[in-house]
Ligand binder design. Structure first.
Ligand code: FAD
Ligand code: DLZ
Ligand code: SF4
Length: 512
């Protein structure tokens, strides 16, 4: 009995049960490029090209080891342009006795598969996604009964469970769980990105680039130059390059931002891990080995591993535990429309312009730009979380709802009411000026809060604090902020709020 094995665009991993359990003489794999997936948000064209090329290469790799593959390209005759439609067509054409799929990363597809089950003439099995290091039952067992779901405690459990950066006596390597106190330095003069890899484009990638150019002429983002890894072999080279040349400096400048330097010491691995070209456990193990060999200091290795073993697994747990309602959350009642400059990049704010330029050119910007520049602005200005969420889901090559939504709605916008972060990541121009050199090239001045040169982040920061005083002043981490607000006195407070209002009007009119 043939089994139809469906592989989604972000499930390109040979170690998944769906591949490992296949019978070469009997089963058929299905991969399909479809418009419903390519357009459910306005994806960056580099993200579409990366996934289509990686899917085609993965299909080729399966064929090379003797598997039968039904690959439906976007332009193929008869392509129904939906995943359901392609599964139904394949069932009709091949007459399998069963369909198997690995659980998808997004709620909407999970629901879709439940509905498809009823429409299919044969059983549909949904297998767990074993690439993750914390299963749904394990996350729920950890979360059950806890008053607060803090990442730090989850992370310690994951360290113990997977024995990563642990010593034989059960203590954390280096004597501490977290070395952030030694990380996050402001950029030093001349800080730049080390050399990064760029991969040769083969005929498959060239054909995909041509397809994307033709079919998505109005798509968001710059398609070329296209330098992504599109096979597991290439992604492993990217990983090795990072571990050898970049990891040792990872922690120190993790939060630094520099004009014209999108990558700095970041790994650029998220798109590959999320699509399945790299396994999170192998990435953590390599970083750990670099520490044990004396190649990377503990603050770098621990800081990096925490992002993957801690944050990445934790946000996935949060997503599945609190969906479907999670993406609807708007605890701070934010209702502003997303300013057009998120798409066009046209703003006088140099920090925002820089983050938008990285995003448009590379389908990438690093964590602090996402959180403390574009996310922080949306938080302070009170932009509708759903609109911000859809923007982040579209513009980054690593974006899938399971990881993007908790980061946007929870971490950046505090719209989940503090489920994920104990206090909002709100910051004024002073923080941006300390952690970057962006303000040097800005028409605004980070030390000015009122008047023509006033940095918008300043008055918007105080206006945000004033708007949400009732909710936030009870937070144990906020007294310092509200103490400063009170000390300012009524006249300054009123002037700041009037300035924030003027900035908000300028934002709506595209003048900010
Ligand atoms: P590095 O800084 O080198 O970090 C190493 C790895 O750790 C990453 O590759 C990633 O796998 C993991 N990681 C780091 N931080 C996080 C985090 N907060 N949550 C989950 N994994 C993390 N990450 C995504 O993978 N997809 C998204 O759609 C996404 N959207 C985000 C939206 C917002 C508003 C914010 C604030 C963060 C978002 N992140 C997202 C998390 C993080 O910014 C990216 O994972 C990171 O920038 C990817 O670049 P890198 O591979 O160079 O990461
Ligand atoms: C993101 C994406 C895109 C652009 N295109 C496809 C596609 O054509 N076929 C496919 O199987 N998957 C695609 N994907 C990835 C899916 O959207 C992804 O599996 C879900 O978002 C769940 O994470
Ligand atoms: Fe951004 Fe304000 Fe600095 Fe300009 S002055 S770059 S708006 S923080």
């Amino acid at each position: 009995m043939t089994v139809l094995r469906v592989i989604l665009g972000d499930q390109l991993s040979a170690r998944l049960d769906i591949v490992a359990g296949a019978d070469k003489g009997r089963d058929v794999f299905l991969l399909a490029e479809v418009m419903t997936e390519a357009t459910y948000v306005r994806h960056h064209v580099k993200k579409i090209a990366f996934l289509f090329s990686a899917m085609r290469h993965f299909a080729e790799a399966l064929r090379n080891v003797g598997h039968a593959v039904r690959y439906v390209a976007l332009d193929d005759d008869g392509n129904s342009q939906s995943l359901d439609g392609e599964i139904l067509r394949a069932v009709e054409a091949l007459g399998p006795g069963r369909v198997v799929v690995t659980e998808p990363g997004e709620w909407r597809l999970r629901e879709g598969f439940e509905a498809l089950r009823l429409a299919l003439p044969v059983p549909l099995d949904i297998l767990p996604d074993t690439r993750f290091l914390c299963s749904h039952p394990d996350f729920n067992a950890w979360a059950e009964g806890r008053r607060e779901l803090r990442m730090e405690y989850f992370y310690r459990e994951m360290r113990r469970r997977h024995q990563i950066l642990m010593e034989p006596d059960g203590k954390p390597s280096g004597g501490r769980w977290n070395f952030d106190a030694e990380n996050r330095k402001p950029p030093k003069a001349g800080l730049h990105s080390p050399r990064r890899l760029s991969f040769r484009k083969d005929d498959i990638t060239l054909a995909v680039l041509d397809l994307v150019r033709r079919r998505f002429p109005d798509g968001y983002g710059r398609l070329e130059p296209f330098h992504f890894a599109v096979t597991r072999r290439q992604a492993r080279r990217e990983l090795d390059h990072f571990i050898t040349h970049i990891l040792p400096g990872f922690g120190d400048y993790q939060d630094a931002m520099v004009t014209g330097e999108p990558y700095l010491r970041h790994s650029l691995l998220s798109a590959y891990i999320n699509a399945g070209l790299l396994y999170p456990l192998e990435v953590c193990r390599k970083a750990e080995a670099a520490y044990r060999d004396g190649h990377a200091p503990i603050n770098a290795a621990e800081g990096f591993i925490r992002q993957i073993l801690g944050w990445r697994e934790y946000v996935r747990g949060i997503y599945w535990r609190f969906m479907p309602g999670y993406v609807e959350r708007n605890a701070l009642g934010a209702t502003e429309s997303l300013p057009w400059f998120y798409w066009s990049g046209e703003t006088h704010m140099a920090c925002m312009r820089e983050a938008f330029a990285h995003t448009y050119d590379h389908a990438y910007s690093h964590h602090i730009q996402r959180l403390m520049i574009t996310g922080n602005f949306a938080l302070l200005a009170g932009i509708d979380p759903k609109a911000v969420h859809e923007w982040y889901l579209a513009v980054y090559a690593d974006a899938y709802e399971w990881v993007e939504a908790p980061n946007t709605i929870g971490m950046a916008l505090h719209a989940d009411g503090g489920l994920l972060a104990s206090k909002p990541y709100a910051a004024s121009g002073n923080y941006i000026n300390r952690m970057s050199n962006f303000c040097d090239g800005c028409v605004y001045d980070p030390s000015v809060s009122i008047g023509g040169k006033a940095c918008p982040f300043n008055s918007l920061y105080w206006d945000f604090m004033a708007r949400h005083r009732e909710r936030l002043s009870g937070n144990a981490r906020m007294p310092y902020v509200y103490g400063n607000w009170v000390r300012m006195g009524a006249d300054k407070q009123m002037a700041l709020r009037a300035q924030a209002k003027a900035h908000r009007v300028a934002m709506r009119e595209g003048r900010l």
